[in-house]
Design a protein around this ligand. Sequence first.
Ligand code: FE2
Ligand code: FE2
Ligand code: FE2
Length: 167
Amino acid sequence: MGEKTLKNLYEAFIGEAKAYHRLLAFARKAEEESYPQIAKLFRAVAAAEGVHTERHLRLLGEAVVQDTESNLKSSFERETTVNEVYYPQFIRDAEEEGEKAAALTFSQARDVEEGHAALYKHALAAMLRDETHDFYVCQVCGYVAEREAPDRCPICNAKREKFRLVT
Ligand code: FE2
Ligand code: FE2
Ligand code: FE2
């Protein structure tokens, strides 16, 4: 594929993925402000941007989605970079600016990403084993628990009810 087209496809993929989440947030706001029809419009366009995201991704193919072992490795690397490089800097900046809520969000996300990296590392080592177990995700901070939901989230202290079983 042409170099510019590849880059543009990737940018379009990122942009559409962001739009998807932004529009869902706009829909929630519209619901809150009692505009159910506008909320529905935002959800409809969000769904459409979701279609664009997937479509661009399919064309990107191997440039993004490789075989499972490679995907586990690249996911491990991404998690490691965000928790060792990006979030630490974001936390420092938030602290410097006295942004406590952002500092907390960043620091819990950093800890959670570290856990995600560990899960990938384990999965890579266990790839060929017939291991099956469930995962539960904390809806507050994104912590992933294996096998069962804890009474309290070890990262953000959320209650067990905040965990959602991934199917
Ligand atoms: Fe779009
Ligand atoms: Fe992560
Ligand atoms: Fe949590």
